[in-house]
Design a protein around this ligand. Sequence first.
Ligand code: ATP
Length: 307
Amino acid sequence: MKYFFIVNRHAGADRSANVWDEVHQLLVQKKINFDAVETEYPQHAIQLARDFADQEEPDSVVVAVGGDGTLLEVLNGVRNSKNHLPIGYIPAGSGNDFARQLEISADPTMAMQRMVNTREARPLDIGASLSRRDGMVRYFTNNIGIGFDAKIVHKANTNGKSSLSKWHLESMAYISAIFQTLFQQKGFEFDLEIDDEKFHFENMFLASITNIEYFGGGVGIAPKASLTDGKLDIVLAEKMTTPKFVQLFAQLVTKGTHLDRPEVFFRQVERLKLVTGEAEYMQVNGESFGPSRYDLEVWVEQQDFWM
Ligand SMILES: Nc1ncnc2c1ncn2[C@@H]1O[C@H](COP(=O)(O)OP(=O)(O)OP(=O)(O)O)[C@@H](O)[C@H]1O
């Protein structure tokens, strides 16, 4: 097996550089067949992954070293190649939500051992989204979020990448951003189509289309999500009063019983369509987009992973 590593040394507020140094040493020690390239700018991993996959090297794996954003780019590169090579992943980001879902160790040596001990590719669900505005299809491993969570991601990302590692659930910066955004985020119109059912929401606050349980570095938005059920989970919350939000948030971070609340809409689907009435921020795997109006068709596909 040949491993092609795509390394974002800037992920995890630069922690990734240390992760990569440790992994690199192990690769050399264990005489593993590998090549490695470091990303030089945002989005570079898409092109690197696509170019490598296009070469049709037999028995090879493309490995992302970085956070959920780097994994997102590698996935999009591979899906845009004619060869959907298996993807490996060494988590080295701030949030690492995909690694959390799959219980991949944050310890680089353990993550690396798990990957090189793998004997066969494992097909897992990924999300695909077609923007009916620009005709582009984009893929994601974790989730698409519109509204509240996306605005928090936007704030974290514009606050400087070096401060991102401090944005964990328990950090004051995160909690204060949640409350600031709670007051700033207005309700927006949202149309949803699932099979033959159509829903119109006047006052949407957060719309999450998720393939995994977590977003935002360990927040369990979708406790029933699975990477092997062939479904995406839709979790919607309408704009609510502050006391109700506090109750919901407490349920979300403690017991995961928020899906039962009347302000929350929950479905598991293979395909959906959504349209936003207003320009909103969107986050995909923790990467920020917009603000913009969205008209998306989203569905589940499968991708081979090496882990
Ligand atoms: N050479 C580079 N210089 C600056 N930014 C880069 C470079 N290479 C990649 N990036 C960008 O770094 C960003 C952050 O990467 P990533 O999401 O992997 O880490 P993270 O944000 O720390 O982790 P997580 O998403 O798990 O919280 C991505 O938007 C990616 O495009």
